[in-house]
Design a protein around this ligand. Structure first.
Ligand code: ZN
Ligand code: ZN
Length: 406
């Protein structure tokens, strides 16, 4: 049997998150908030899942560009690897800087900056959209002449490094602060204090920020999150509010050159009233405040943690055995995980329509069971179940909400 060992990144990350939680507790610091941590991990689950579908496509892009457009024939020797590490880090700096300075890139990178907490769970806050944008930037590497296998290996190492930057439990690191990007540097990057805005874009080496004038030292205690905090833990809203705001801003601009200027303009030029308008339309008022007050019950937390633990376990098995999972089951697994992520967000916001999602999830699970076992009796049972559910809907609804929301 051939396992995909990369799947072990999931339990390894969870182990580090657990360790950080214990260290923070020992330091008597409150670095983790329940709603935030769940939202962060949910986004990470979605990204890992969807990335497993896109990674082959990214590899193909690098391979194609290398075969057809490579300027130099770079070999996988010591110099090749050192060159690739520096080149990757340099491209990252510019990708990340432009992700903050250009609307169309910010609309997807914003997700990484929504958390008001700063801990290892924030490193999971990446989306597949961001992976697509990044691949665009990294496409320069095969054109320079780095082979696709080298690039994907490097991106793995380079992508692992920033995980360790997202923590408040590690102070400054002496002389390393002059060479590497450290947790202290990255705390500044995630802060919304005016003097810290648009600073420290580096991933591994801090030299680029110093060279291009975007470096700031951590002095004042950072305040984390967006300058205008996101008033939502909804999985969908977190993913799409940036894109929706940009779409609306572009629609409102008259003429092609004005629309172009919005897409490629700076984020601080977008009218902040647009976010408010969209929030009024799509979010229920003060959802976060209400949910913080409500979501303290042990039963509720247990239910949400159970969902998250379940999806993490399914994701881990899915990644580990990816070669053996047939296409239809991959689709159903992905659908189930995504529905659960949306479900968790809706639960955190105490939404009423969450019940319909629960029904959808049971439906997908039943379908998967039928697909695996091929037992026709399951269809009959499903039919009977659906009918009884329909008959007792209002009773079930009442029981469900009392059980979950109290
Ligand atoms: Zn950033
Ligand atoms: Zn970060």
């Amino acid at each position: 049997m051939h396992f995909n060992w990369l799947a072990f990144a999931v339990p390894l990350f969870l182990l580090f998150i657990g360790l950080e939680y214990l260290v923070a507790k020992r330091q008597k610091k409150n670095y983790f908030h329940f709603n935030n941590s769940v939202a962060n991990l949910n986004i990470g689950v979605g990204e890992r899942l969807l990335d497993s579908f896109t990674v082959g496509g990214f590899y193909f892009v690098y391979e194609y560009l290398h075969q057809h457009f490579a300027l130099f024939d770079i070999q996988a020797n010591v110099w090749g690897w050192v060159g690739l590490l520096i080149a990757t880090d340099f491209v990252w700096y510019w990708y990340h800087r432009l992700a903050h300075e250009i609307n169309v890139f910010w609309a997807v990178h914003v997700v990484h900056h929504q958390s008001d907490d700063f801990n290892y769970t924030v490193s999971a806050r990446i989306t597949v959209f961001q992976a697509v944008v990044r691949t665009g930037f990294w496409s320069i590497l095969p054109v320079v002449g780095f082979p696709a296998e080298m690039i994907t290996t490097m991106l793995l190492i380079h992508g692992l490094y920033p995980f360790f930057l997202h923590t408040r439990t590690i102070g400054k690191l002496g002389w390393l602060e002059y060479v590497l990007v450290t947790p202290s540097h990255h705390r500044v990057h995630h802060a919304s204090n005016p003097q810290y805005l648009d600073k420290n874009y580096g991933d591994m080496f801090i030299i680029w920020d110093k060279l291009f004038g975007t470096f700031a030292e951590e002095e004042e205690e950072p305040t984390y999150g967006l300058t205008k905090p996101l008033d939502s833990h909804s999985f969908l809203w977190q993913h799409f509010h940036g894109l929706l705001e940009l779409l609306m801003a572009t629609q409102r601009a008259t003429g092609w050159s004005a629309k172009w200027a919005v897409l490629f303009g700076r984020p601080d030029t977008v009218d902040p009233g647009i976010r408010e308008e969209l929030e009024n339309r799509f979010l229920s008022a003060n959802a976060v405040e209400r949910s913080v007050a409500h979501n303290k019950s042990r039963r509720f937390r247990g239910y949400v943690i159970g969902q998250l633990a379940g999806t993490l376990l399914i994701l881990f098995s899915f990644l580990l055995l990816d070669q053996y999972v047939p296409g239809y089951l991959q689709f159903l697994t992905a659908l189930f995980i995504l529905l659960t992520a949306i479900n968790c967000g809706a639960l955190l916001e105490q939404r009423q329509w969450v019940l319909y999602l629960e029904i959808g999830r049971v439906g997908v699970l039943w379908l998967a069971l039928y697909a695996i076992l091929g037992e026709p009796m399951l269809i009959v049972l499903g039919y009977i179940g659906a009918l009884s559910f329909w008959a007792y809907f209002s009773l079930i609804q009442k029981r469900y909400f009392r059980l979950i929301y109290g």
